[in-house]
Design a protein. Sequence first.
Length: 460
Amino acid sequence: MKKINLLGGHVHIIGIGGMHMSAIAQLLKKQDVHVTGSDIEATELIEQLRSQGITIFPAHAASNVSGADLVITTAAVSDDHIEIKAAKNQGTPIMSRSTAIAKLMSGKKIVAVAGSHGKTSTSTLLATILEQDNFQPMYVLGGESLDLKSNASWGAGKHCVVEADEYKQAFLSYKPDIEIITNIDADHLDDYGSKKNYYDAFIKFTKNLKSTGMLLLCGNDKGTQQLSDELAHTTMKYESYGFEKHNTWTATDISLTTSGGSFLLQGPKDFETGTLEISVPGKHVVLNTMAAAAISLHEGVRFTSLQQTVKTFLGVKRRFELIGESRGIHVIDDYAHHPTEVQATLTAIKNRYANHRLIVIYQPHTYSRTAYLWESWLNCWAGLDKLVILETYAARELPHQGKTAEELAKSIFSVSAIYAPNEKAAIENAIENVTDNTIILTLGAGNITNIAPRILEAIT
């Protein structure tokens, strides 16, 4: 077996177009490591990696790993993958992406942001706050920051902000100094098998916190409230944030407007706090902002700097991202792929664009997620004028492993729902008889993001 050398030799990355995998690729490339990768999806992110001099194979093949000193693989890749088998046959070490990230963060003060929803926005805002106040953090994010212009950076400072993803228990590879848990809302049940197993993974995550570390929990979520109740009987240092007075950090005087909003942040008496303005409406945005603000203040960020960053924060690609506007029709793209996320996004849309018609194109992400959240999917669409359900983004699955997009469209009765077998049909249905004062919103974690620009082109 070859000796593992993460920062030297030739490293091959399977699924390099994934958000965390691309982050690893960028960090290694910055250290002059010879990086190659493979991915069947042709995305803008793939082109960015190519522009940095990284060779990317557009198909998976045994020859792709030839000569590699280390192979890093995404959690979604099975042991019988052609490149995994080839690496084993030639004695090349194989490393999971979470192990690779853990090794890359070694020596940093790790701030790990976990949760079923909101972890990308929260971790990106926190990294931006630290960067803007010259902390020069390392960061590994689950989305492309519009402010930082990347999803990864080495940074010269002592902090590392990492989005701690729970899929395949990846976040259990980390030993954080600080943990944020935004919420615990059952997901990935195709992997975990039950809500209890999913919740227990977060318990294990908290036990990975260093003994001198601190945990920050959302006080407005049932899952994290349950966790807080259990921690009350331990010696773990933790704080909470939320809308009620019993939390360590509270938001009062909340005002949500069409352009964003503001709230009064209050916390422990040792910290300077005050009014924060946000650029996107929604109570979930207030909660994400509170979490990032609390940790940044703990780490010594100046409150005036915090105020300015929060006020001008652009956010993350595919999080309430305005793609463009033509003839009074706005095209917005969002990553929401869980009923809770969908409801939060729809509420924010309605707050910002009152008195507008709302047309949604939703692409289900995996057949199993559609099945185990079935009842929630049937009832999370209130207030829409039209819902177009695009063919499922299957990822690693086959139709028999859950419910199909067509089944979902036929079962929704609360709004007008139409099944679209392909992108062309989805676009045609969405723009049919479209008028001004209309929002066309694309939702999903798959490749649906590719059609938003095409919609804008079609209505221009």
